[in-house]
Ligand binder design. Structure first.
Ligand code: PEP
Ligand code: MN
Length: 345
């Protein structure tokens, strides 16, 4: 498992040296992260040390065997990183959202072998994320990887950034060769929940983690609530279970369950087909009686009934609600199509 760890922001030579010293004893850390230019949502906060932080990284590299990475958002950041021998860079969420900015960074990467990590944009648009990865892959000859840091949704369900795991899983499906790290610090925004989210990521087959680590988290100038000490990182890493992906053994052990899942899915689809056929019949019954396609009272009663059943069956009522909404939308569409076809006869 690959682990990138280090402070949200480089704050001083001493803070960086202290964190590097401590991370050296954690063992499994492959690279130190440290924000040098900080994108702040509102003006007035700490915006990063800038160039001197790169100098401190370069000095520490002479004494420790660590590799360093930082965020870049402008082409001049890339030029400075190359000048100071930074080992890898990442594109932050707010930059990935803008293809013009990604394009400018790619021009700066071009002809280099700088490894680039691409964080997802704040919106859950997998194509925007994949597009930025693709652009980077065409410019640098170094490895291009993805970092999942969650999405800023209207309802973040208690996360700082909602993980919406289906989005990185879709990225993995369309770009199976791209290494994927998870950033549980920015997903949770809360140090007490980082380990559980990191384990979920490993359970889903992520290749590694990017974690914010600070020698004294509560005093951090940026993101204090989500940074952990080097010791807490070591404890967390010791407690994580790395899942083996795609082994033949797993295929054999799962064959029986997978066959049952296949059969259940086929049954579900046949039943959905029957349900839509019944909707078509309903449309033709409603029509001569001049009944509107959508009957709110019937719909409310149906949802309440299904949620009661969901509870009895141990199914999540919200999940069943969302499923019913989707089925109902399709059913209304099918009824409209039936009436349109009937009108044309
Ligand atoms: C960061 O990693 O410190 C950062 C600013 O992250 P993001 O771009 O994911 O908000
Ligand atoms: Mn941060």
């Amino acid at each position: 498992m690959k682990i990138v760890a280090g402070p949200c922001s480089v704050e001083s030579r001493r803070q960086l040296a202290e964190v590097v010293e401590a991370l050296a004893t954690v063992g499994s850390v492959s690279m130190v992260r440290g924000g040098v230019w900080k994108p702040r949502t509102r003006p007035g906060g700490f915006e990063g040390i800038g160039e001197p932080a790169l100098q401190w990284m370069a000095e520490l590299k002479r004494t420790k065997t660590f590799r360093f990475c930082c965020e870049v958002a402008l082409s001049e950041h890339v030029e400075l990183c190359l000048r100071y021998g930074v080992d890898a860079v990442w594109i932050g969420a707010r930059t990935t959202a803008n293809p013009f900015l990604v394009g400018e960074l790619c021009e700066a990467f071009s002809g280099t072998s700088l490894p680039v990590m691409v964080k997802n944009a704040p919106s859950p648009d997998v194509r925007l994320w994949a597009g930025a990865i693709e652009r980077c892959g065409k410019s640098t000859s170094g490895a291009v990887s993805a970092v999942h840091r969650g999405f800023d949704l209207y309802n973040n369900l208690g996360y700082r950034n909602n993980p919406l795991w289906e989005v990185p899983l879709e990225l993995r499906r369309i770009m199976p060769q791209v290494e994927m790290l998870c950033d549980p610090s920015h997903i949770t925004g809360d140090r007490s929940r980082i380990a559980a989210t990191a384990q979920t990521a490993l359970d889903l087959g992520f290749d590694g983690l990017m974690v914010e680590v600070h020698p004294s988290p509560d005093d951090a100038l940026t993101d204090p609530a989500q940074q952990i000490t080097p010791q807490a990182l070591a404890d967390m890493v010791g407690g994580l279970t790395v899942r083996r992906t795609d082994s033949q053994k797993a295929d054999a052990a799962l064959a029986d369950c997978r066959a049952r899942i296949d059969a259940i899915d086929h049954q579900l689809l046949r039943l959905l087909g029957q349900r839509m056929d019944t909707s078509r019949e309903i449309a033709l019954v409603k029509r001569p009686l001049d009944i509107a396609l959508y009957q709110p009272a019937r719909w409310n009663a149906l949802v309440a009934d299904r949620k009661r059943l969901a509870e009895q069956l141990g199914l999540d009522a919200d999940f069943v609600g969302r499923l019913l909404e989707t089925i109902h939308a399709e059913s209304v569409k099918v009824q409209q199509q039936t009436l349109n076809a009937d009108n044309q006869q």
